[in-house]
Write a protein that binds this ligand. Structure first.
Ligand code: BES
Ligand code: ZN
Ligand code: ZN
Length: 471
């Protein structure tokens, strides 16, 4: 809890505090004449996003008018104040005229992430320009910081190039998180995956260079007597496509193919920092889908932990091949809830666009909780069906199933979900989130690059489900 902790406070004793007043058409019209004239002279208006600094008689700023360009402050738009924040100078600010804690909480979250930048490799990096926001006691600052820190962690992990974020580095990141929260962390590495019966993870990751061996990373935390929650994240640190190699343009962003793992890690960090009453298990199969003489091949048949054999129709559908061993392991302990996150298919992005993760689940109650939480947190997701009639498209003539639907080039996100479902034991409540983990366009509070997606909604849903279970 360090990066953004200085940015939010309830202390009102700063030397100079500048009030921010969000302006609407009406409130602009009601301003005292001199202020209205000043705003007009500065080209400030309620329908164009911007700031107007109002001077006092001494030439210092007495307040800043904020125009949101026609939108309103909102609890479900976490970025509503982020654009204004990004334009402010170092200083201490307060929001005037808004009392709703949910709206202020959203503002505080966006405020923190307006300070995010990924500058690890830049020679011209500057120290963070700290703008402090004073908030009333009604805002749970610690809760905001937990979420903002988790977002920053997810972004950092996804943004880090594969040379510095291979399977071993992903393990180190999870070990560091474990140490922070007194969790335990173990890993099964390289040929040990075969000894411990994770053949599919080994097969996909075996072509990586020395020191970058495939592994299954596991973190455990929380009281044994609490409900068991297992998170699984796709940790493909780089996806070349394997021997079914991707063209350059499709490969360009594939350092982000561990975005499912990054989001699962971010969610785990939120759960542990908030000390939710769960028994948490995080499983990250981490590999590089690399090209070498010992790469797995199209046509190979892979044995999996569950005992099912998988014909490899395409080495680029590698995510499901590593996830199926992790899901099988997860089910051996019959958790109360099983959630996986993965940058699994280009098809999910085609269906819903990059900003709307696709969720597939076998449990309507779970979906209802997720959907409600997504609406309340402004962290969107959309449900796709695990459409049973498509399941047979995964059948293979020579193995128990194929990792792709040969001859059926439709519904790629759904058939990937159906593939995973074959490895989830009957009766386990499970949701699979197919996400992009990338922000393509820089927006206020959302710098282009690695992106956290769906984890605030999921966190809120888990909290609600725990609460209703204990009633
Ligand atoms: N990592 C990709 C999916 C991906 C691509 C996610 C682009 C987000 C953006 C995955 O491993 C993959 O390559 N999937 C293939 C599956 C196909 C071979 C059945 C795809 O989606 O094209
Ligand atoms: Zn792939
Ligand atoms: Zn992939």
């Amino acid at each position: 809890m360090s990066r953004y902790a200085n940015l939010l406070t309830t202390e009102k004793d700063a030397e100079r505090i500048i009030p921010l007043e969000v302006i609407t058409e009406e409130s602009l019209a009601e301003l005292p004449e001199a202020k209205k004239a000043w705003a007009e002279a500065n080209g400030f208006s309620a329908d164009t996003e911007g700031l107007c600094r109002i001077p006092d008689g001494n030439g210092t700023i007495s307040k800043i008018l904020v125009s949101l360009g026609g939108t309103s402050p909102s609890a479900t738009t976490p970025w509503w104040l982020a654009g204004a924040c990004e334009q402010l100078a170092v200083g201490t600010y307060t929001i005037e005229g808004i009392a709703d804690p949910a709206v202020l909480t959203a503002a505080a979250f966006g405020w923190c992430l307006a300070h995010y930048s990924y500058d690890r490799y830049r020679s011209d990096k500057e120290p963070m320009k700290e703008r402090v926001l004073i908030l009333p006691d009604s805002v749970d600052i610690e809760a905001v910081l937990r979420e903002a820190e988790a977002y920053a962690l997810v972004r950092d992990l996804v943004n880090t190039p594969t040379d510095d974020l291979g399977p071993a580095d992903l393990q180190a990141a999870i070990e560091e998180l474990a140490a922070t929260h007194s969790a335990t962390c173990t890993a099964i590495i390289g040929d040990d995956l075969l000894k411990e019966n994770f053949p599919a993870i080994h097969t996909v990751g075996r072509a990586a260079a020395e020191g970058r061996e495939p592994r299954l990373i596991e973190l455990n935390w929380g009281d044994e007597t609490n409900p068991a929650l297992t998170l699984v994240g796709k940790g493909v640190c780089y996806d070349t496509g394997g021997l079914d190699i991707k063209p350059g343009s499709s490969m360009r962003l594939m350092k982000k193919d561990m975005g499912g793992a990054a989001n699962a890690i971010g969610l785990a960090s939120m759960i542990m920092a908030a000390e939710l009453p769960v028994r948490l298990r995080l499983l990250v199969p981490a590999v590089e889908n690399a090209v070498a003489g010992n790469s797995y091949r199209p046509g190979d048949i892979v044995r999996t932990r569950k005992g099912l054999t998988v014909e490899i129709g395409n080495t680029d559908a590698e995510g499901r091949v590593i996830l199926c061993d992790a899901l099988a392991l997860a089910c051996e302990d019959a958790p109360d809830l099983l959630l996986d996150f993965a940058t699994l298919t280009g098809a999910a992005r085609v269906a819903l666009g990059p900003d709307l993760p696709a969720v597939m689940t076998n449990d309507d109650t779970l979906w209802n909780a997720l959907e409600k939480a997504a609406n309340e947190t402004g962290d969107p997701i959309w449900r796709l069906p695990l459409w049973a009639p498509y399941d047979k498209k995964l059948n293979s003539k020579v193995a128990d199933l194929n990792n792709i639907t040969e001859g059926f080039a439709f519904a790629g996100a759904i058939t990937a979900g159906l593939y995973l479902q074959r490895f989830v034991s009957e009766g386990i409540k499970w949701a699979h989130t197919d996400l992009v983990a990338w922000q393509f366009e820089t927006l206020p509070g959302q710098q282009a690059g690695g992106a956290a997606q769906s984890i605030r909604a999921t966190f809120a849903a888990i909290k609600k489900l725990l609460h209703s279970a204990s009633q």
